[in-house]
Design a protein around this ligand. Structure first.
Ligand SMILES: [Zn+2]
Ligand SMILES: [Zn+2]
Length: 284
């Protein structure tokens, strides 16, 4: 009998057979950032299971003591707390198993991705997801009931307890968001990529200046790509490491905002293979 229960439990938490179908979005995160994801999942699972149990104990005690008087209140908050606690307790074992398995696999230096893949394809995980959705719906209902409840003389503690349960749930959600924010690099949080930085005056001054002369330059660049006007004879140009030249005034203004060549987008700080003084190699 005990063996059968054990086998049933093991298959409940193991999704090896149907691993190919319905990939969980969690897997993408784990694939990209296995270490960060493992830490995030562990924290969320651990606090999720612990907080569920911790909240359910005082609620259970309160309800057994005041179940009768609480029935006289104008909103069925006693049922709300009861169901909320049951939903939390239902999820606690799955969260705890998830947490323990991740700890185990990390201790063995095993494949975190494979471990999460197995767990997210298990019947336990799918059941837990359904329970989560029900929990959110039930939570909203509780908030509505609480907002509409009036002072309950026979059972004044019920209102305060419901409020505390709701605050605890909100606090857990906030904690999850904070842990997520701190666990993953900014790129994953869909933040825009950092803006290109401008160059310092010192860096701009280190780029060589040349005096334009059509005879020497031959048929290479004859106009400035920033202002689109032709170079005049004896115009002072600044030559970038990529070999492109522009009016000194035009390119200096540009580089202060964006330290890449406006023509080829080459970063001016990235070392380049040396080009000829007049950039003639480009033409060859
Ligand atoms: Zn120009
Ligand atoms: Zn260039």
């Amino acid at each position: 009998m005990a063996r059968l229960v054990r086998e049933r439990l093991l298959s409940f938490f193991d999704g090896a057979e149907n691993a190919a179908e319905n990939p969980d979005p969690l897997l993408d995160v784990v694939h990209q950032y296995p270490e960060e994801a493992a830490w995030f999942i562990k924290v969320v699972m651990f606090f999720g299971s612990i907080s569920g149990v911790v909240i359910s104990i005082p609620c259970g005690l309160f309800l057994t003591m005041y179940w009768g008087p609480c029935g006289l209140c104008n909103r069925p908050l006693r049922y709300w707390i009861l169901v909320h606690c049951v939903l939390q307790l239902l999820q606690a074992p799955v969260r705890l198993v998830f947490f323990l398995r991740l700890c185990h696999i990390q201790r063995l230096n095993g494949n975190i991705q494979e471990c999460v893949r197995h767990l997210t394809h298990s019947a336990a995980w799918r059941t837990s997801k359904v329970v989560s959705i029900v929990t959110y719906g039930w939570f909203i209902l509780g908030v509505v009931w609480l907002l509409n409840s009036t002072y309950c003389k026979p059972c004044p503690g019920l209102y305060r307890l419901s409020l505390a349960v709701i605050f605890a749930a909100v606090a857990r959600l906030l904690m999850t968001l904070i842990v997520f924010y701190h666990s993953f690099p900014p790129r994953f949080q869909n933040q825009p990529p950092p803006k290109p930085r401008g160059a310092s005056q010192e860096l701009i001054d280190s780029m060589p200046l040349v005096v334009y002369s059509p005879e020497v330059r031959g048929d290479s660049e004859t106009s400035c790509a920033v202002c689109l006007s032709e170079f005049d004879r004896d115009a002072v140009l600044r030559r970038l490491p990529c070999g492109h030249s522009f009016h000194r005034g035009c390119i200096d203004k540009w580089l202060k905002r964006n330290k890449v060549c406006p023509l080829c987008l080459q970063d001016i700080e990235v070392p380049q293979s040396p080009k000829g003084r007049w950039g003639k190699e480009k033409a060859n």
